[in-house]
Design a protein around this ligand. Structure first.
Ligand SMILES: [Zn+2]
Length: 214
């Protein structure tokens, strides 16, 4: 689960100090409430127990979601020295990674963000991909096209859907091209499906297989 730390902070409204809880590790796949708070921009808000006013206070945390293939280091956007700390975190992470090559969370490239807002943008973009994926899957099911999930980290990076359709029993470049073409003929607003089709046209079977989730 997620982890917490404590820190003394001073309220900018009344000047009183108090102990506040901070999340140091957020598990996006387990803590939906925290994930929502990040998306809604509420994650960095503290409530002063003295004057009951809200204020923003950023701290460094790690966001991990192995299901969605996200590992993100988030540093305060406004604090001085954040970019230096970020460089140090990057370097440290590379060392840990080289010492633990088999760890699950290290199978994909980590993200480094200044400010939780940038992480929120990624999570919102994921929602957008999910919605478009649902539309495609609905259409594919109607035509009896099976679908296969692709690696989320790759889909996010290349702006593809989270799954891909294919026609017939074998999932390969040609059966995927044919399913994509048929679906796009009916709905040309599926822009991520169309960018996937563009990729497929120049892809080898090996390129294609490397995208698929194991
Ligand atoms: Zn206060």
């Amino acid at each position: 689960m997620s982890n917490k730390g404590k820190k003394t902070v001073t309220c900018p409204h009344c000047g009183k100090s108090f102990d506040a809880d901070f999340w140091t590790v957020v598990r996006g796949d387990l803590d939906f409430e925290l994930k929502e708070m990040i998306i809604n921009g509420e994650f960095d808000l503290l409530l002063c127990p003295e004057c009951n006013k809200l204020f923003s206070y950023e701290d460094t945390f790690v966001y991990i979601d192995p299901v969605d293939e996200i590992m993100a280091f988030v540093m305060p956007e406004k604090n001085e020295g954040s970019s230096e700390i970020m460089e140090k975190v990057k370097a440290d992470y590379e060392i840990i990674k080289s010492e633990n090559p088999d760890s699950l969370t290290m199978a994909y490239k980590p993200y480094y963000f200044l400010g939780a807002e940038s992480l929120a943008e990624l999570l919102l973009n994921d929602r957008d991909i999910e919605e478009e994926t649902e539309v495609m899957e609905f259409m594919a099911k109607e035509r009896g096209f099976p679908q296969k999930e692709i690696k989320k980290s790759v889909a996010r990076e290349k702006n593809f859907l989270f799954s891909i359709p294919y026609e017939g029993s074998s999932c390969c470049v040609s059966s995927a091209v044919s399913a994509c073409e048929k679906l796009l003929k009916e709905n040309d607003s599926l822009k991520r499906l169309s960018s996937f089709l563009n990729f497929l046209r120049g892809a080898s079977e090996e390129d294609f297989k490397s995208l698929l989730k194991k």
